[in-house]
Ligand binder design. Structure first.
Ligand code: URA
Length: 269
């Protein structure tokens, strides 16, 4: 069959619950040709349009956002598209915080410490994130913290070492993350770091190219900023901290949070 790779990829997306894809002219021509060849061989069916992807597996139950998040986390724990990859570890780390929060923070994947405690952002990056939230006048239980990938990515002979989730690993969780966003209904989302931005926006650009402006995800304003662990790797100096802080100030403005003059001046050189 011509171009099985494209078809396999589209089937894989459909299994993951993706209902629409943008395709360029070349792909459209390939698909049209496959469709024409396929129709020539197929007996004419009463309905030639295939049913929309079955998303019922993702229907979280419950009447409150907290109950729905609990239900969704159970679905995520046995989420076949991710389990089938065989490249992730077994302990799920889902989310923490307020399932009705206005502000949702999305990281990449749990590390060793997060896996140990089954809670996102409890290691060194989490401590840095707590400082950032505190500077904004927020605490962990006022926001909703989650990751694109809900399991720690596995490596050979793994002990405490971690790796970033692959684009494929993150893509398998996109339907879960979308359902999570539908439940929490945040007013603002922040993607923490390049992997989270790629997982959400589908583009592997460096953080610097996403930063400083608003994006949209499911109609919700989304900001991209550096991952807290990036700040941990920086030499002492205010430059990169200020960039993250400027993203946080923009988020505070969007959320209509009070901002003092002192806060406005944090990390200015
Ligand atoms: N890094 C992340 O992106 N998420 C975590 O939960 C921990 C570290």
């Amino acid at each position: 069959m011509a171009n099985p790779t494209l078809l396999d990829y589209l089937h894989q997306l459909r299994r993951q619950g993706v209902s629409h894809v943008e395709i360029d002219d070349q792909a459209r021509a390939v698909l049209r040709e496959l469709y024409t060849r396929g129709s020539a061989r197929r007996p004419v069916a009463k309905t030639s349009v295939s049913a929309p992807p079955n998303n019922t597996a993702l229907r979280a139950t419950g009447s409150t956002p907290a109950e729905k998040i609990t239900s969704l986390s159970k679905i995520a724990n046995t989420w076949q598209p991710a389990r089938a990859l065989g490249s992730l570890r077994d302990t799920m780390v889902f989310s923490v915080g307020n399932p009705e929060a206005d502000f949702m923070l999305v990281g990449e994947a749990p590390d060793y410490q997060e896996e140990q405690k089954s809670e996102p952002f409890v290691g060194p990056a989490g401590a840095k994130l707590n400082q950032i939230l505190k500077a904004m006048g927020l605490s962990r239980d006022q926001v909703y913290l989650t990751n694109v990938c809900k399991f720690r990515p596995a490596t050979k002979n793994q002990t405490t070492n971690n790796r970033k989730p692959s684009p494929e690993e993150m893509a398998t969780f996109l339907p879960i993350l979308k359902a999570e966003i539908d439940i929490v209904k945040p007013r603002v989302i922040v993607a923490l770091g390049g992997s989270a931005a790629q997982g959400l926006l589908g583009s592997g650009k460096p953080v610097g190219q996403f930063r400083g402006s608003w994006h949209q995800f499911q109609g919700i304003p989304l900001r991209v900023t550096h991952h807290p662990s990036y700040l941990l790797r920086q030499e002492e100096g205010p430059g990169e901290k200020r960039k993250v802080w400027e993203d946080m100030l923009a988020i505070m403005e969007k959320l209509a949070l009070p901002i003092s003059e002192k806060q406005r001046g944090f990390f200015k050189g």
